[in-house]
Design a protein around this ligand. Structure first.
Ligand code: TTP
Ligand code: CA
Ligand code: CA
Length: 595
């Protein structure tokens, strides 16, 4: 068995926002449902419509554009970016239009994030997981697939795996291996392509098949009870060529093919768990790398999965339009198409490397060549929990803050942003911060602290609470000073503790812990925070001066009075005493432990 073979799955929720809203509003699965953007020009400002408020729109539909379209509505010709009124026109009065929740004059995606995070928690039981967006993730199933083959009877693996479509198994119309419809579906992320592809799959009429033929297929392969439960959407049964591929003699199977079959088995069970536990359907692609998995996952939406094995890859790529591959969609792809006069990945693969280099240089040419051959070494990377979350702003020159009122105004903005991000973080990592740190840059600190200081207090969540607490810290800082000014301000949250889950989730956690498929429970990050643990994205958002100071401390330097020991101990939170007056508040203690 080749050690470097990988089994990678890409999973994507079907008509994601629609599935969430269907559940939230109890809308029957057969009713066409669309999710509309809020009206940005709403008279009197964008009104808050949260989860509790009625978000089902009945009028004013011409002012709302669509951001998600259910498959029932797609079958009737509704597409993303149409206006809500068009959904009503195409689907009749029975269509349900739900407006995205709004808060603070903008879309509030909390409910969708939570749903996406809940799905991700289930998927992570399968192996190393990399979330790719709010509704999709990559899984490296290699180790799990090997284990499955060792521990599970091949017949059992196959019985489940063969519910998957096999990309490129069917020579269609004698011309090639792939239907045009499924190629279009390959880029489920291109809104237009997704809509077209999905409309085709819902109505069941592809370019090459008549409705009658499809009916026959459905009859030949009755949907079993378990599949029936794959609501909100029902899977499409694989075609005859796919079934013929699955039903080959065991001796005809290569090791990689068996691993992919095991991947399909695992992936099917994970998708089924999402349906059983949360009610959401996903589609998936199972292949030997991320690029191919992503390409494959959209081919048979909704509620279906597709396997791409190495033997079929070349034929699949041969006719694939260049812009279907990630990274070749936008300007760069057009440059290649025009510069080389090629349309398909197959043509790209046959282009001499010299010609590629002329168009895009040596390094990119190498990448294009690899991609055109279906190669992609990019590993599935688990995202790490950030150690702190922060946001800041600088106020230079005339913009410097000189009053508590003006400080409060800006703090309110920073606090709202920080609170939003803490909420997202809680949804994703199931934890809450316990320490609020205010960072200040001020000329008044030049003599004592190289221009920066920090103040900390216990963290209370809520935008207003954060504003109040940070303002109290500034008020304390400024009292006794006359004529003070602030040129940089940041708020950050740290010292996270893991939350207890609700009872339903506890069961899930226990299952997780017992699972042999590799579980990953969140660990609290409440330990002292060292500078080198600060998340790069957080660092990037802090005022420049603060960033510089932190970077210096990472290199073991101190930028105030060359006192190494002082900076080191501050970083590790070993300072004696509280954050009282007279305390040296180097910004290097910014991320230090609560004392
Ligand atoms: P997608 O995964 O692109 O689409 P989808 O889940 O609605 O449908 P499909 O079954 O084809 O995957 O996007 C996920 C969600 O992200 C989608 O439900 C709504 C939101 N979204 C937008 O708000 N605007 C956009 O332009 C896109 C592409 C998505
Ligand atoms: Ca999706
Ligand atoms: Ca998606």
């Amino acid at each position: 068995m080749r050690a470097d073979v990988r089994v990678v799955a890409h999973l994507d929720l079907d008509a994601f926002y629609c599935q969430v809203e269907r559940a939230a509003h109890g809308i029957d699965v057969n009713v066409p449902l669309v999710v509309a953007q809020y009206d940005p020009f709403e008279r009197g400002g964008v009104r808050t419509r949260d989860q509790g408020a009625r978000r089902i729109l009945r009028d004013g539909l011409e002012r709302h554009s669509l951001i998600a379209v259910s498959y029932e509505a797609r079958a009737r010709g509704v597409k993303r970016n149409m206006r809500a009124i068009d959904a009503r026109r195409l689907c009749g009065d029975g269509a349900v239009v739900v407006q995205v929740p709004t808060r603070r004059s903008k879309a509030d995606l909390t409910a969708y994030r939570r749903a996406g995070a809940a799905v991700a928690r289930i998927l992570s039981r399968g192996g190393v997981m990399e979330r790719a967006s709010i509704d999709e993730a990559y899984l490296d199933l290699t180790a799990n697939a090997r284990r499955t083959l060792a521990e599970t009877e091949w017949r059992e693996v196959l019985a489940t795996a063969r519910k998957a479509h096999v990309a490129g198994a069917a020579p269609i119309g004698g011309k090639g291996f792939v239907s045009k419809a499924s190629l279009r579906a390959g880029s489920a992320d291109g809104p237009q392509a997704a809509v077209e592809a999905c409309a085709a799959s819902t109505s069941g009429v592809t370019d090459e098949k008549t409705e009658k033929e499809l009916e026959k297929e459905t009859e030949a392969e009755p949907v079993d009870e378990e599949e029936e439960r794959m609501r909100n959407y029902r899977p499409r049964p694989p075609d005859e060529a796919s079934l013929a591929w699955w039903d080959r003699e065991e001796s005809a199977w290569g090791e990689t093919e068996k691993l992919l079959a095991a991947g399909a088995y695992i992936c099917h069970n994970l998708r089924k768990a999402c349906v059983d536990e949360l009610g959401y359907t996903l589609s998936a692609g199972i292949a030997t790398n991320k690029m191919l998995a992503k390409l494959t996952s959209g081919m048979n939406k909704p509620a279906s999965q597709t396997v791409l094995c190495p033997d079929h890859t070349e034929a699949l790529l041969a006719e694939l339009p260049i812009d279907r591959i990630r990274g070749l969609g936008a300007k760069f792809g057009r440059e290649l198409v025009e510069g080389l006069d090629v349309k398909t990945i197959g043509e790209l693969a046959r282009t001499p490397i010299r010609k590629l280099e002329e168009i895009c240089g040596e390094e990119r040419a190498q990448w294009v060549r690899k991609v055109s051959l279906g190669q992609d070494d990019d590993p599935v990377k688990e995202r790490e929990m950030p150690k702190s979350i922060g946001t800041g702003k600088t106020f230079r020159g005339a913009l410097a803050i000189r009053s508590l009122e003006s400080a409060k105004k800006w703090l309110a903005e920073l606090a709202a942003e920080l609170n939003d991000r803490c909420e997202d973080d809680r949804d994703e990592w199931n934890r809450e911060p316990k320490l609020l740190t205010l960072g200040l840059s001020s000329p008044d600190e030049l003599n004592t602290n190289s221009g920066h200081c920090s103040r900390r207090c216990p963290m209370r969540l809520g935008a207003d609470e954060i504003t109040q607490d940070a303002l109290a810290l500034i008020s304390k800082w400024s009292s006794g000073r006359s004529d003070w000014s602030i040129t940089g301000m940041s708020v950050s949250a740290s010292n996270f503790v893991t939350l207890e889950r609700e009872s339903g989730d506890v069961a899930e956690m226990l299952k997780n812990a017992k699972s042999t498929t590799g579980s990953r429970l969140a660990t609290p990050a409440a330990s002292p925070i060292k500078a080198d643990q600060i998340d790069a994205s957080v660092l990037a958002e802090l005022p420049e001066e603060i960033q510089r100071e932190i970077r210096a401390s990472m290199r073991g330097e101190t930028s105030h009075r060359g006192n190494r020991a002082a900076a080191g101990s501050a970083l590790l939170g070993k300072r004696k005493g509280g954050v009282g007056a007279g305390q040296k508040n180097s910004i290097t203690s910014y991320f230090g432990k609560k004392t």
